[in-house]
Design a binder for this molecule. Structure first.
Ligand code: OGA
Ligand code: NI
Length: 391
């Protein structure tokens, strides 16, 4: 727990950040109380939130009623309005028809969505809707524990390399910290998952992972089929050999207009399967279009294309830039499953696609190197792809 003097520092920290930047600085210089909360004081906040693992949730629970400066995003990253355009035009795809008489039609819907927005929703996906409800409940259960129960999963202290709890993406390198707590669970095998993943979520997360993998593989098959590639089972397994379930918790935020839940980014892997709750706030930006919200749809799963699939398809399939808005209507949870190649896998545009396109837009890279680069930098839209771009 935090000593009460620290709590004091934090409540001094919680001045409202004025949108009138220079005036605000002037005010701060004149006010000794607020000066203590100036930029130099990022450290105590960082220690409390990130290093000690109290996370954003701990900050809110300590009575914080305004957004501390280190969470305030530059104007360019803020999301002004809660509801811009929604992607309502994109109807959910009914996966129950994928192996029936309507296969061609369903495959076409999947291919089109992957080629344009890089995001779509699926229903009748074979993952039990009861399981989806349990997942959201267990995410709440995990994050609503006292901070000391979660802090055992901080990278610095957790004996297992499979589990990692934290706040934001790479907080030590970010200009502004993302308003998001998370726990990541890497999959190696069932026994290790059931042994090391947090008790509150291990069983449901493992069930979710297993039932979603069937969906992932079927969608990858369909996408590959459209470029004339049939993946051998072994190659398919190595392309989706890295599997991770995350639970994200976006605490209710006093000033959603100043913060960001997750900054603009694309996912690095093949496909992401995401369960979101009813709160909303997931936005996606097509290559030449405006940000639009993926509306929550009960029972549906969100699927999005990651960088690896964009690289393999030589740019045909779009790894979508997306971000998450914060809200003051309640705490939001989401549960993504990230699938990516084995670290030892070499990835590059598939020969069939290069032949068709007459040019390779990406070079071959070792996935381990791609991953290291991805995790070493703060979220910055689709910059991650530059690592594999052909010169
Ligand atoms: C992510 C992500 C979206 C969400 O974790 O990579 O984009 O809705 N999450 O939480
Ligand atoms: Ni993402």
């Amino acid at each position: 727990m935090i000593p009460s003097t620290d709590l004091h520092t934090f409540s001094r920290y919680i001045y409202t950040v004025s949108l009138l930047g220079p005036l605000n600085i002037h005010f701060q210089k004149k006010n000794i109380e607020t000066m203590a909360a100036n930029y130099e004081d990022r450290d105590p906040l960082f220690n409390f939130v990130v290093k000690e693992g109290n996370a954003v949730k701990g900050l809110i629970d300590s009575g914080m009623s305004c957004v501390p400066q280190p969470f305030v995003q530059p104007l360019s990253e803020r999301i002004a309005t809660p509801n811009g355009q929604t992607c309502e035009a994109v109807q959910p795809i009914d996966l129950s028809q994928i192996d029936g008489p309507c296969h061609t039609e369903v495959a076409k819907q999947i291919v089109e969505a992957a080629e344009t927005l890089g995001f779509f929703q699926v229903v009748n996906h074979g993952v039990s809707v009861e399981l989806l409800e349990l997942l959201k409940m267990s995410a709440h259960e995990f994050f609503e524990q006292p901070p000391e129960n979660k802090a055992v999963y901080l990278k610095e202290v957790c004996p297992s390399k499979l589990v990692k709890y934290g706040t934001s993406f790479v907080p030590e390198k970010e200009k502004a910290i993302e308003w998001k707590d998370y726990v990541s669970m890497l999959y190696t095998n069932d026994d290790e998952a059931l042994q090391h993943w947090p008790l509150q979520c291990r069983e449901v997360a493992l069930d979710f992972l297993k039932s979603s993998m069937a969906v992932v593989k079927r969608i990858v098959e369909v996408l590959m089929e459209d470029v004339g590639v049939i993946l051998e089972e072994e190659r398919m397994n190595s392309l989706v050999g890295t599997k991770m379930v995350n639970m994200n918790y976006y605490p209710t935020c006093p000033s959603p207009g100043l913060t960001i839940g997750v900054g603009r980014h694309s996912d690095m892997g093949m496909l992401t399967v995401l369960l979101q709750d009813g709160i909303g706030g997931l936005y996606v930006k097509p290559d030449n279009g405006d940000w639009a919200e993926i509306p929550p749809l009960n029972g549906a799963l969100v699927i999005n294309v990651g960088d690896t699939l964009q690289i393999l398809s030589n740019g045909k399939y779009k790894s979508a830039e997306h971000r998450v808005r914060t809200t003051n209507i309640g705490s939001r949870v989401s549960v993504p499953i990230f699938t990516a190649p084995n670290p030892s896998e070499k990835i590059g545009p598939l020969p069939e696609v290069v032949e068709r396109d007459g040019v390779a837009r990406y070079k071959d890279v070792l996935f381990q190197d791609y991953m290291n680069n991805f995790f070493s930098q703060p979220h910055d839209g689709k910059k991650s792809l530059d690592f594999a771009r052909a010169d």
